[in-house]
Design a protein around this ligand. Structure first.
Ligand SMILES: [Zn+2]
Length: 479
């Protein structure tokens, strides 16, 4: 009975929204509810890769419920009513995950105490100009010289014979990624943006090299913490503590994960409007011969990863509380859509400016089939639940631009004709940095348009012109 009454009210309210503004005072809550219902239902399609993930989520007429198990035997772990969602988004701006989880647990199925649901912003207004833009750049990997790059297994070495020359061509991804970030930083700062990099050249985000860490007194403690963080099993823990493990295994399972965590912490502490993770791509099935050389390939593709595509096991069970909270954030906040727009702009700019195409939809890459969901905005953009795409708050794109082992890219990337920040590199990184700048510019204009639609949404809530003008003024001051 109550339900059908509400539905009738809902229909009247919706039609009133479209008819005239003078009625709108009576229908305040409805646009906000519709706005979030649309957002959550749209986002949900890209956040769960498997039915076992979808089973933990219920979105009904009242709100959004996240369960800790797919059988839903216990009470829902998180409950957000539609009209509470603007407040939840405000909490995301001001509180830590742990604090918000605590607030949600105490609130349970009740409404937030003391929150006037109808008079909060429908969403955070995104930044729409370079001035004041806060952007985090995360250049991939950590090698500072070729030897370290060989250890990381992130290098390209090609025999000169493919280019009718004696000398081999060699370069490494950490160098390209870092100098791309430095060049982009320079251009962004010129336009008034605030830029942070997650690490120094040749160092991890902890400020050390792998060898420095290995020779330090912290190694054992860090291995044990890694085990507690579920990075490896008990058997491996014993193996690492025995001292028999190779350096590469220690690097791969322990140090590299510590580095990821530290990168994410630094980014979240900086509280950026936008995060760009910079990598260079390589073809998937190109094995090294003579233990080091790559053969040039003819294909050349880019791809970009954005949040989403949670697997069932990542969401289900008590241990996965953190991942369920990130799922909730990605369902309700604007982060997913903004990431998608940014990533699509990157693919478009790579295509238009560098003539490098996106990975085609029909490909035989394992990651695409098994762990990813293709974006609805662009080919080459994949939702994927990587550590960084999951835990970094705010919009994020994780780029893998062009194939380093492509036949035409190799001589370009192998040049050392450009120096930035005292680091010798290839001038090709300037082209790629320019692509990212264009994509950021496009993203800012998307935000401008988005703000206009929010204004229209808000205008509906105010019957009184003076109130509406007051709201616009406040909004301007907020940024
Ligand atoms: Zn990489």
């Amino acid at each position: 009975m109550k339900n059908s009454f509400f539905r009738l009210f809902f229909i009247i309210a919706i039609s009133a929204t479209f008819s005239s503004r003078s009625f709108s005072q009576k229908i305040e809550p409805i646009p906000v509810k519709q706005f979030y219902m649309d957002r959550v239902n749209r986002n949900l399609q890209f956040l769960c890769k498997e039915a076992e993930c979808l089973d933990n989520v219920v979105a009904n007429d009242r709100g959004l419920y996240i369960y800790s198990t797919s059988q839903k035997v216990n009470k829902p772990e998180f409950v957000l009513h539609w009209r509470e969602m603007p407040h939840f988004n405000e909490l995301l701006q001001t509180k830590t995950n742990e604090e918000i989880i605590d607030i949600l647990k105490r609130k349970g199925t009740q409404y937030f105490y003391g929150i006037n649901d109808t008079h909060v912003d429908p969403a955070k207004y995104p930044v729409s100009e370079f001035k004041g833009l806060k952007i985090a750049l995360d250049p991939g990997h950590m090698a500072g010289n070729f030897e370290q790059a060989e250890f990381e297994k992130r290098y390209v070495k090609v025999e000169g014979k493919y280019y009718k020359q004696k000398r081999d061509i060699s370069f490494f991804e950490a160098n390209l990624a870092y100098t791309t970030a430095l060049r982009l930083k320079e251009m962004l700062e010129e336009k008034g943006a605030k830029v942070m990099l997650t690490h120094d050249y040749g160092k991890s985000a902890m400020g050390s090299t792998f060898q420095e860490w290995k020779n330090s007194n912290n190694t054992k403690n860090d291995i044990v913490s890694g085990y507690k963080s579920d990075w490896f099993n008990r058997e491996k823990l014993d193996y690492f503590l025995s001292g028999d493990a190779t350096d590469f295994m220690l690097f791969y399972d322990v140090y590299r994960n510590m580095d990821f965590v530290q990168r994410a912490n630094k980014i979240n502490d900086f509280d950026p409007d936008l995060t760009l993770v910079i990598h260079y791509n390589a073809s998937e099935n190109n094995p090294r011969y003579n233990d080091k050389y790559l053969k040039p390939v003819n294909s050349n593709y880019s791809m970009v990863f954005i949040p989403g595509s949670f697997m069932g096991f990542e969401i289900d069970g008590n241990e996965q509380l953190d991942q369920r909270f990130e799922l909730l954030r990605l369902l309700v906040s604007h982060d997913l859509e903004e990431s998608n727009v940014f990533a699509s702009n990157i693919i478009k700019a790579l295509n238009d400016e560098l003539k490098v195409e996106a990975v085609p939809v029909d490909n035989d890459f394992g990651f695409a089939e098994n762990y990813s969901i293709l974006s609805d905005l662009s080919t080459g953009v994949y939702h994927r639940n990587l550590y960084l795409t999951r835990v970094v708050k705010g919009p994020i794109a994780y780029t893998e631009a062009l194939y380093q082992d492509n036949v035409d890219e190799i001589p370009l990337l192998g040049k050392t004709d450009y120096t930035i920040g005292g680091i010798r590199t290839s001038s090709r990184v300037k082209d790629v940095a320019q692509v990212y700048l264009s994509a950021i510019e496009q993203w800012l204009s998307y935000n401008q348009e988005f703000s206009k639609t929010l204004d229209a949404l808000y205008e509906d809530k105010y019957g009184d012109e003076a109130d509406y003008q007051e709201f616009l003024k406040e909004k301007k001051q907020k940024r």
